[in-house]
Design a protein around this ligand. Structure first.
Ligand SMILES: Cc1cc2nc3c(=O)[nH]c(=O)nc-3n(C[C@H](O)[C@H](O)[C@H](O)COP(=O)(O)OP(=O)(O)OC[C@H]3O[C@@H](n4cnc5c(N)ncnc54)[C@H](O)[C@@H]3O)c2cc1C
Length: 380
């Protein structure tokens, strides 16, 4: 999976690697372009490598292993700010930004703002709501995340316990996380960074449960970044990985928000508390589907880097002797080493093509939703 180049830098490579590459039975440039998605995309990736890796913020990621959580968090925020301003400057498309995310190993803060918060507004808000929230979000006047998962439930969305009870007298929703198990748990960028969140909560009107619906909730003051009344929010603590990300928890106690803060593209609550639905409720979880699809790519990205490192190391590392007179062979020549590496290498390619196919299916599903209003490809 190495993106081998034919420029001068290759001449400085280790002799073993150069020899292995020259023995390739396939055209390296061709496979590189297949993986990137075409000649133009390979060109774009290489230009971006040059742009980013000349910047000290994006160099020497290996040093992260020596850093504290605070250092990791602060640097990831600095990288996020830099990437978002470059994104605005160069007008990168979503697809181009995904290439950049991969190049920087996803090690930048506030990614949820683009992967979940803005897409939720785009897909779940009415035109009036979009006109209000999107300019604030795209100009970074507010920073958002997406809070769906709770301590008690992740997969089983019908089990979510956070409530949004409508009060027709004040025309507000009252948000509560009534039990410990209803605490929002995991959302990225929630612990320290976000000012706002799209919160999924069970809608209750006159005691009747209408199921999960999305609400825009301001979490923190825009003046001093302190949590607003009734809101307890913080970081869930150190994790086995992703420690640069402030994955967070959220507890809500009688937090009142205006009726207009329910995202009402697919379902509406009128001022006197009448519920109407103008689309399938499957649309409400569609935003999470994109992240699930992207996750298969993120897994592939991680595996691709790991197997590339392992194969390259096995080519340059010499160890033990086949017989007393000969040199120590490359460990890549040992069958047992090949047995460890090659199935994973094959799996990595399989995962890559599966993930690309899944993304195409997702894009088709979105086209069906946009053009035909059909949600057939989404499960019940
Ligand atoms: C790094 C990270 C970032 C995250 N970011 C966010 C975020 O920004 N916002 C947010 O809202 N959430 C976020 N999450 C939460 C994530 O969406 C949930 O972890 C996920 O939905 C799974 O829920 P769970 O952890 O409660 O697992 P569970 O639902 O308890 O599942 C546990 C296991 O049981 C399996 N399982 C459960 N039900 C079934 C079934 N019906 N059939 C077969 N297998 C089943 C699951 O596949 C899983 O292996 C994040 C999680 C992580 C790890």
């Amino acid at each position: 999976m190495a993106n081998t180049t034919t420029d001068d830098s290759r001449k400085e490579n280790n002799q073993d690697l150069t020899l292995e590459r020259s023995n390739a039975s396939f055209n390296i440039n061709e496979i590189t372009e297949i993986i990137d998605g075409g000649v133009d995309k390979t060109k774009f990736r290489k230009e971006m490598e040059k742009l980013l890796f000349d910047d000290p913020l994006f160099k020497d990621f290996y040093k992260n292993f020596f850093k504290t959580r605070s250092e990791l968090y602060e640097e990831s925020i600095a990288r996020g700010v830099q990437l978002f301003s470059l994104r605005q400057k160069y007008k990168w498309t979503d697809q181009q930004f995904e290439v950049i995310e991969d190049l920087v190993n996803h090690l930048f803060g506030m990614s949820l703002h683009f992967t979940m918060f803005i897409p939720s507004l785009e897909r779940l808000a009415t035109e009036t709501q979009k006109a209000k929230w999107l300019p604030l979000a795209t100009n970074f006047r507010i920073l958002g995340t997406y809070a769906q998962t709770e301590m008690g439930h992740g997969t089983y969305l019908q089990g979510l316990e956070t409530t949004a009870t409508y009060d027709p007298v004040t025309e507000e929703f009252i948000l509560n996380t009534p039990h410990k198990s209803s605490m929002k748990w995991w959302p990225g960028s929630l612990g320290k960074s976000s000012t706002h969140a799209v919160v999924q909560a069970v809608l209750i009107i006159n005691g009747k449960n209408y199921g999960m619906h999305p609400f825009v909730l301001q979490l923190r003051s825009l003046d001093n970044h302190m949590p607003l009344p009734g809101i307890e929010v913080g970081d869930i603590g150190p994790k086995m990985t992703l420690n640069y990300n402030d994955n967070g928890f959220l507890l809500l106690k009688n937090v009142r928000i205006p009726r207009q803060h329910m995202l009402m593209k697919h379902a509406q609550v009128s001022s006197d508390g009448k519920y109407t639905s103008s689309g399938p409720n499957k649309a409400i979880y569609a935003t999470m589907v994109l992240v699930r699809v992207k996750m298969t790519k993120w897994v592939h990205d991680a595996l691709r880097k790991a197997i590339t490192t392992a194969v390259r190391y096995s080519a340059v590392r010499h160890q033990s002797k086949m017989d007393d007179s000969g040199p120590e062979p490359q460990i890549l020549d040992y069958q047992t080493q090949q047995y460890k590496l090659f199935p994973v290498l094959a799996d990595t390619y399989a995962l890559f093509f599966m993930s690309r196919n899944l993304r195409r299916q997702y894009n088709r599903m979105m086209e069906d939703i946009r053009n035909k209003g059909s949600y057939k490809m989404l499960a019940e």
